[in-house]
Design a protein around this ligand. Structure first.
Ligand SMILES: O=P(O)(O)OC[C@H]1O[C@](O)(CO)[C@@H](O)[C@@H]1O
Length: 935
């Protein structure tokens, strides 16, 4: 007996399958349908691929072998398998295509639903898929949205086969038919063939009834006086709508315009009935097949509908029957106020959203598979959050998905933040794949650098913290110079580096984006003299047109490497600002970028928020911050410890403004759960192979006590680039949640102005403005700016009163304008532990002036919960600066005073403790602070 499905073919209707997956292809199911049921086509869409790839393990082997060769984006990973399926289906249908001379035998692949409202992108996507599949019996599926129509016209002109999807209304269908004809006519005009261009217009059926029936049922339930009339058209509107579309199709075929094209061999754009599975179980399964049978049409059926029709369908030509009835149904629809026009418009929008939702689920699942198959090539992240925070994070992730945050971030959509100029500051996205530098040039530079024993980088903040991570986490290659980083005005620290190098055998890298930052400028002047004014030992990294560029040219620097003005300093590590010093250290830049790419891909525009390691992290830290957990506490294993200083700047300077933001807590020794308040979010950075050092058991206790904990694992040091990028994305996303612009630093400038005033006064008068200590003993003198509110007293008492102001949720900051060396760092850590132990607040520490260009922004502009102790001392020995009266030591003191003045002006409690030259030094201060916190 002939299959009922085959009988449809005899009635002029092509049977297509609205489904594809690897199983049906591998097991010959599709070939069987072709042979036994006369199947002549296949359609796919994002939901179909989601069902195929998003669940189970049928594609695992494909993913594994694809990713085994090289890393790839989430989309490329998905497409590697989808294209393989489409090609396989095209091969199964090729005999049909050949037999029917191109009339049928097509497989449809849909363009990304994300571009459905963008004509240009739709055209680009369609061409890309067409080229990738490279089979003559491919149909590219393009949504018939208002933006899709011009794309369809263009693509037909280009000679692609197009399946226009998501058509619900006669008007939209007519516009599509018009676009098809116009596309063919454009080809004719150019003398190009039109006889092998195929197109179908996919008219959606069941979704219309589902929508209209819902309204009918609601009105009937409410006792609408027209209930009878409403019920009479229930389940009939979609078919009536389709029948009228077909009637118009027939008229169109008879038109002179079409006949002229037909005479040149054009194939009609067949109407394809899609969405033919019934949604209301009360209807016969084959309702939308039985009623829509007629010549020059296609019905694409889900497998269940196809089985049912094979089983008991009757292939009777019904499409042109009862046209009067169809007109009546539509007239009634209008009379009863069911607003078919609004329904169909809404269905197009909902259709795009539904496919985008399906694509999100699909790409999310592929991203998960991709990460699993990359294994240790991509840094890991585990998260344990308390229930309330977890709920907030999940909710936000869903919003971020629905609002397309991943894609909007990469597109530079400023409305993700404050709608200002944020979109202009995203050069770091491209820089992460090496697009800002020329790795060949850097390789040559790395070779040149081998001629030096040491390299000294002179920079601040974004220009120094990244290079320091390279120096301390990766270290120099054999034969390449050792990199020293100087981001200070501290004479002791400068002297330490100066003593460790021989200027004649040293490469100096002067690095400043703006090219006008004071510290690198002073350091350049100092070392230029020390290097006997030999510019050939110097290179500059700076943005084009800066003052530093001019100086570098005038002084004959060996190289000037340009930055990208679309990248802010703290996001610049994967651009020239990180890569030039890295190259000098002998790091293979090409290889470094390759090792960074897995994270760049994982954080891509096509990686939905929940599966996107950067966006997800950003959502967690952003949600934590707005829910009171704004002290992001970094606990790193030894090998990753130097990363924290870079991360501090990124987080604090990006988010800490307008009274909001995240306060990063770095290098605070880990403690037992009870010393931490409920304002913490812990981030554990773990380098595989690092000694455990008791950290793991402390972390386990924190987890046990219900503290939120994010654990990031890095398999090897050379994967550190991934963390730069992950955190840049995370910071940008957290900023969107906090509601600030992550790319400005409005409060940094004030401290600079205050410092400049003091220094200028010094240059004029050879003295800093005098100040009077409010308390003093043999070791320490205490100063304030403005009114301290304490009166005077002895230092011990003032320190006690100062710290007594700390309350839960506050943080205490130790701002040391002293040499950044081990002894001072240890003393600061001890003071932090003492304050934390007794006050249960978070503690931060920074060395000045370095922190001024980093966390200083958040201390001034961020949450008003900081209390500070500024630490200064008489510099001895001091260092003079060529061409200036003020020495480095004087400038450093001026910076401390300027910073304190601004902090005080912002209402932050600050005391400045000056360590006296002949007293007990930092140890005396340490003892005084510990004592002050005890009582
Ligand atoms: O690279 P530059 O322009 O010298 O800036 C250094 C640092 O100073 C700051 O502008 C703050 O003063 C940071 O944002 C920046 O990273």
């Amino acid at each position: 007996m002939t299959s009922s499905l085959k009988n449809l073919g005899a009635a002029g209707q092509a049977v297509w399958l609205d489904f594809v997956d690897r199983k049906i292809l591998n097991e010959g199911g599709l070939r069987k349908l072709v042979e036994e049921d006369g199947l002549t086509g296949v359609t796919s869409n994002p939901s179909i691929f989601e069902k195929a790839m998003g669940h189970g393990d049928a594609y695992d082997e494909g993913f594994r072998s694809y990713l085994g060769k090289a890393d790839a984006s989430v989309t490329d990973t998905y497409e590697s398998q989808a294209i393989a399926d489409i090609k396989a289906a095209a091969a199964d249908l090729r005999p049909v295509y050949d037999r029917l001379g191109g009339w049928d035998g097509y497989v449809s692949l849909e363009v990304s639903p994300y571009v459905a409202n963008d004509t240009k992108e739709t055209i680009g996507e369609a061409r890309r898929l067409w080229d990738m599949v490279a089979e003559p019996n491919l149909m590219v599926k393009v949504p018939g949205t208002p933006a899709g129509i011009p794309a369809i016209r263009q693509l037909i002109e280009d000679g692609l086969n197009i399946n226009v999807t998501l058509l619900f209304s006669l008007a939209a269908y007519q516009a599509v038919a018009e676009a098809y004809m116009a596309g063919l006519e454009a080809r004719v005009k150019k003398g190009e063939a039109i006889s092998r261009i195929a197109s179908v217009a996919s008219f959606f059926v069941s979704r219309i009834d589902a929508q209209i029936d819902k309204t009918i049922d609601a009105r009937v339930r409410e006792g609408d006086p027209e209930s009878e009339a409403l019920n009479a058209i229930r389940g009939q509107v979609a078919i009536a709508n389709a029948k009228l579309a077909y009637a118009w199709f027939q008229e169109m075929l008879a038109s002179d315009r079409w006949q002229a094209l037909a005479a040149r061999g054009a194939m009609p754009q067949r109407l394809l009935w899609a969405s033919t599975g019934v949604k209301d179980p009360a209807y016969p399964v084959t309702l939308y097949i039985d009623s829509l049978i007629g010549p020059d049409t296609v019905n694409t059926m889900p497998p269940g509908t196809m089985d049912a029709f094979r089983d008991h369908g009757t292939a009777l030509a019904t499409l042109t029957d009862n046209l009067d009835k169809a007109l009546h149904v539509l007239a009634e629809t209008e009379r009863l106020g069911l607003k078919l026009g609004d329904v169909t418009t809404g269905l197009v929008e909902a259709g795009v959203t539904l496919f985008a939702d399906a694509a999100d689920v699909l790409l999310g699942a592929v991203a998960g598979k991709r990460a699993a198959f990359l294994g240790r090539r991509q840094n890991g992240m585990e998260v344990k959050l308390p229930a309330g925070l977890q709920e907030a994070v999940d909710k936000r992730l869903e919003t971020a998905r629905a609002e397309a945050w991943s894609r909007r971030l990469w597109k530079g959509d400023g409305s993700l933040w404050t709608g200002k100029d944020e979109g202009k500051w995203l050069g770091w996205l491209a820089a992460a794949s090496g697009q800002q530098v020329d790795s060949g040039t850097l390789k040559m530079f790395g070779e040149e650098a081998k001629g030096f024993k040491d390299a000294v980088l002179l920079g601040m903040g974004g220009s120094s913290l990244g290079p320091e991570v390279f120096a301390r986490i990766l270290g120099s290659a054999e034969g390449s110079p050792t990199l020293h980083v100087l981001d200070t005005t501290d004479p002791g620290q400068i002297e330490t580096v100066a003593a460790a190098i021989d200027p004649a055998n040293t490469l100096f890298i002067v690095s400043s984006k703006s090219g006008s930052t004071m510290e690198p400028e002073l350091l350049r002047a100092y070392f230029y003299e020390a290097a006997s004014r030999d510019g050939s030992h110097f290179v500059a990294v700076t943005d084009p047109g800066s003052k530093l560029e001019q100086t570098a040219k005038a002084d004959g620097f060996a190289h000037i490497f340009a930055g990208d003005p679309a990248i802010g300093g703290r996001y610049s590590v994967l651009s020239a600002f990180g890569m030039v010093p890295a190259a000098a250290m002998g790091i293979d830049i090409q290889d470094f970028y390759e090792k960074t790419q897995p994270m760049v891909f994982a954080c891509g525009a096509d990686s939905p928020p929940a599966a996107n390691p950067g966006v997800r992290l950003g959502v967690i830290i952003g949600e934590a911050a707005i829910n009171g957990r704004d002290k992001l506490t970094i606990l790193a294993s030894k090998g990753l410890e130097p990363f924290g200083a870079w991360l501090e700047q990124l987080l604090a300077e990006s988010t800490g403004k307008k009274g909001k933001g995240i306060i990063p807590v770095d290098l605070e020794p880990a403690g037992p759960p009870e010393v931490y308040g409920s304002d913490r979010l812990f981030v554990h950075l773990h380098l595989e192979g690092d000694a455990e050092d008791g950290l793991d058991s402390k972390l386990a206790q924190l987890k046990q006590a219900g503290h939120p904990l994010i654990r990031i694992t890095v398999a090897s040091r050379d994967l550190i680039g991934q963390e730069f990028f992950r955190w840049e994305i995370a910071t940008a996303i957290a900023s969107a949640i906090i509601g600030i612009n992550p790319f400005d630093q409005p409060d940094v400038e004030d401290a600079k102005i205050a410092t400049r005033k003091l220094v200028d006064a010094y240059e004029a008068s050879s003295a800093l403005e005098p100040e009077i200590a409010i308390a003093e003993d043999a070791d320490l003198a205490i100063y304030t700016a403005g009114e301290s509110g304490f009166g005077s007293g002895d230092p011990a008492n003032l320190l006690r009163l100062h710290f007594a102001r700390l309350e839960p949720g506050h943080y205490a900051g130790f701002l040391g304008f002293i040499e950044r060396d081990e002894a001072n760092a240890a003393a600061m850590a001890a003071m932090r532990v003492a304050v934390r132990a007794t006050k249960a607040v978070a503690t931060v520490a920074g060395f000045g002036p370095r922190f001024l260009h980093s966390t200083g922004q958040a201390y001034k502009g961020g949450p008003a919960s900081g209390l500070f102790l500024t630490i200064t001392r008489d510099p001895h020995p001091d260092l003079s600066i060529p061409g200036r009266k003020a020495s480095f030591g004087t400038i450093q003191i001026a910076q401390a005073r300027g910073d304190m003045a601004v902090l005080v002006a912002r209402g932050r409690p600050v005391l400045r403790v000056h360590i006296k030259k002949d007293g007990g030094g930092i140890e005396a201060l340490r003892a005084a602070v510990i004592a002050a916190t005890q009582n």
